[in-house]
Write a protein that binds this ligand. Structure first.
Ligand SMILES: [Zn+2]
Length: 362
């Protein structure tokens, strides 16, 4: 899928395209950001743009001028889409890259053991010693790069320090801070942000055959991650929404703050207290995102003006029950608090502290 068809991240995509055109693309990069927002897809689009038989790449390879160590994606709403270089998406090179069947584009991923082994890294480095077979640039994409152990990262380090000519390394990771400092310091980082619901809904309708209503609901609950929207569709979404519904009800019906904190347990899950892994944070973020979507629906129902825009249409009876507990003021408070809770989780706050705080605010 060429740059122009990727969802969101327009500023990052433009930067990549311009850098290829100017011959200033760094030979090693980190694509960091939440799961399921299109980092790997963008890396493949980069590989296509570098090797498409119909795109023209100018400039000498590679002078990393003008790149800071960290590049952040802009939020939604930005405009302007000029891409000096893009793949056609149709030629044999583009098609084979999309199928992971192109000899000069390597996709390294964790194997069964859920880790990327040093042998995988050694194999791919051995390949980069030669000129590309067919393409102009060899592209090594290491997906879930944080799954590399210390030895695998060490093995990669020399290639990042002195990249083989004609090669570019892209390390894709939702947990880039876990990578060794030596690796991070050699790779400028592109930070991918979350997608907005409209972008997700568009992708679900365009690429996954969702109806308008299905895509709106899934997008509202996806927390900015297309991957999460698709996972939710495969199962689990109902559980997340049920947990959020229960917590909203329990907190509102609680007689005192102890009862409210009980409601917070329903958001953090069984492992609850003191648990601070990334997975716990993700789980809480999913539930708070579902809670936010429910509160948004309560706001819509309370105004009675736009009944059709309710995201959780299939939960109408639960929403009506909740609407007796949440008046306008409380809805506004809940909305603000849930939004702040999500931001705090994005800054790696403790799930327990965030859930307790949220339960007391609702
Ligand atoms: Zn092409």
């Amino acid at each position: 899928m060429p740059f122009r068809d990727t969802i969101g991240h327009r500023q990052l995509v433009r930067l990549l395209s311009r850098s290829i055109a100017a011959g200033s693309l760094p030979p090693s990069l980190i694509f960091s950001g939440p799961e399921g927002v299109g980092k790997k897809r963008t890396a493949l689009a980069l590989a296509q743009a570098l090797n498409c038989s119909r795109s023209v790449v100018s400039g000498q390879w590679p002078v990393a001028s003008g790149w800071g160590s960290v590049v952040r994606g802009q939020g939604p709403g930005e405009t302007g889409d000029e891409l000096p270089i893009d793949a056609c998406g149709e030629c044999p090179a583009c098609r084979r890259i999309a199928r992971n069947a192109y000899p000069d584009v390597f996709l390294v991923q964790p194997e069964d053991s859920a880790s990327i082994k040093i042998e995988q890294i050694r194999d791919v480095i051995a390949q980069t010693a030669y000129r590309p077979f067919e393409g102009r640039r060899r592209v090594v994409i290491i997906d879930e790069a944080d799954a590399m152990g210390a030895d695998a990262q060490d093995a990669l380090l020399k290639s990042l320090e002195e990249p083989p000519p004609h090669s570019v390394f892209v390390l894709v990771s939702a947990h880039a801070d876990v990578l060794a400092p030596t690796v991070r310091s050699r790779c400028p980082r592109l930070r991918f942000g979350r997608l907005n619901p409209a972008e997700i809904a568009r992708a679900l309708a365009r690429d996954h055959g969702y109806t308008e209503e299905e895509s709106r609901l899934a997008a509202a609950l996806a927390g900015g991650s297309l991957g999460r929207a698709l996972e939710a569709a495969a199962g689990g979404l109902d559980d997340v929404r049920a947990a959020a519904c229960r917590a909203l009800r329990q907190v509102a019906e609680a007689a005192d703050s102890r009862g409210r904190l009980e409601g917070a347990r329903g958001l953090t899950g069984a492992r609850g207290a003191g648990s601070t892994t990334a997975a716990d944070r993700e789980q809480l973020a999913a539930r708070v995102t579902a809670l936010l979507a429910l509160v948004r629906d309560l706001a819509i129902l309370s105004s009675r003006a736009h009944g059709g825009a309710v995201a959780n249409l299939d939960l109408t009876s639960e929403l009506e029950g909740l609407s007796r507990l949440y008046d306008r003021d409380r809805i506004v408070r809940a909305f603000t608090a849930a939004d702040r809770a999500l931001r705090a989780l994005g800054r790696n706050a403790s799930p327990k502290i965030v859930a307790d705080w949220l339960a007391l605010q609702l």
